[in-house]
Design a protein around this ligand. Structure first.
Ligand code: ADP
Ligand code: NA
Length: 314
């Protein structure tokens, strides 16, 4: 089976990096695809309910605005099977293996939310409910798929063959957009990141952020060239320019490069922002799309959950 599943966490605001690295490839692959918001995963750290609601709605609307209108779009929280299966998987997971997960090792402490420890199990449920055979993941998510495989194999061994054991596959190398202010770091969707271009940034904000982007002190007509190790800032700007349909031909100064990047990004985001504005004015339509998606997702998840419940003796 080639079913694709991808969930984005509404823990911040979608960036140009998300657009080029995730939404574009997702838009290109919508048949038998389940895409959605992992809103439950936004709750592993202290959060503000109004903020979560606003970010979820914004992200839901942005996914549609980015052209993901043929895939099944849904909110994780609207499919209770995710939480229900997560509990059954917690009953085969050990606190030891969860404590070794990188996020928890780096950020966990005794005052952390328990969900910071257990969210990898919820992520395993997110995946196993839809029986994908392959899960495209970046390096930072590989450990999660490993855990998902371990839990599925252990469950199957202990209670009978219920789960399809997925395999992590490396997605076709997508664009990787770096932070404009700190170009050795990935552009991130945390709302306070000064070097991130958010998809809803108006043109003057884009211009200001690009103008402030870190370059280097090289001068002369050869300075505008890609060299990821020696010139990460300039390389990032060149890659953004090309990914947004611009051209670097004839650019000899960083000023000219930044102007070209600004124009290309503004042109890339313009149609998306106009579509967003239309959709935002029709919130009922957006919720209908997500409600219909949740109905489809529930129907796919129900037999898997039922089989798991029966297997454990419920
Ligand atoms: P989440 O918490 O939902 O995983 P991320 O923003 O880290 O949030 O990732 C969501 C998706 O966007 C992933 O597919 C990831 O690879 C992609 N992505 C995130 N940041 C970038 C970036 N700076 N450049 C390219 N792709 C990115
Ligand atoms: Na991530």
């Amino acid at each position: 089976m080639t079913r694709t599943l991808s969930l984005l966490t509404p823990s911040g605001r979608l960036t140009l990096g998300n657009l080029l690295g995730a939404l574009r490839p997702m838009a290109a692959r919508q048949d038998d695809a389940l895409y959605g918001l992992s809103d439950l995963h936004a709750m592993t750290v202290p959060h503000d309910p109004a903020e979560l609601r606003a970010r979820s709605l914004e992200m839901a609307t942005l996914l549609l605005a980015a052209g993901l209108d043929r895939a099944t779009l849904f909110r994780q929280s609207a499919v209770p099977a995710h939480r229900e299966l997560a509990y059954l998987l917690e009953c085969v997971a050990t606190t030891g293996e969860l404590g070794r997960m990188i996020q928890y090792k780096e950020k966990g402490r005794s005052s952390s939310r328990t969900s910071l420890l257990t969210y990898p199990v919820l992520m395993a449920a997110d995946i196993l409910l839809y029986r994908p055979t392959q899960v495209p993941v970046g390096d930072d998510q590989r450990q999660h798929v490993e855990l998902t495989r371990d839990l599925a194999l252990r469950f199957n061994r202990t209670y009978g063959e219920v789960f399809t054991v997925p395999e992590a596959v490396t997605p076709a190398a997508g664009a990787r957009v770096m932070d404009l202010a700190e170009p050795t770091r990935k552009m991130s969707k945390s709302a306070d990141a000064a070097g991130s271009i958010f998809l809803l940034d108006p043109p003057d904000v884009v211009r200001r952020k690009v103008a402030r982007a870190v370059t280097d002190s090289e001068t002369g007509p050869a300075a505008v060239r890609a060299d990821r190790a020696a010139k990460p800032g300039v390389t990032n700007l060149l890659e953004i320019l090309l990914a947004c349909g611009g051209s670097a031909d004839g650019l000899t100064t960083y000023g000219a490069l930044k102007k070209a990047v600004t124009d290309a990004v503004v042109a890339e985001l313009g149609p998306l922002q106009r579509r967003y504005a239309e959709l935002a004015a029709d919130a009922a339509h957006v919720s209908e799309v997500y409600d219909a998606g949740a109905v489809r997702a529930r129907a796919l998840a129900a037999p898997v959950l039922a089989a798991a419940e029966t297997a454990v003796g419920l």
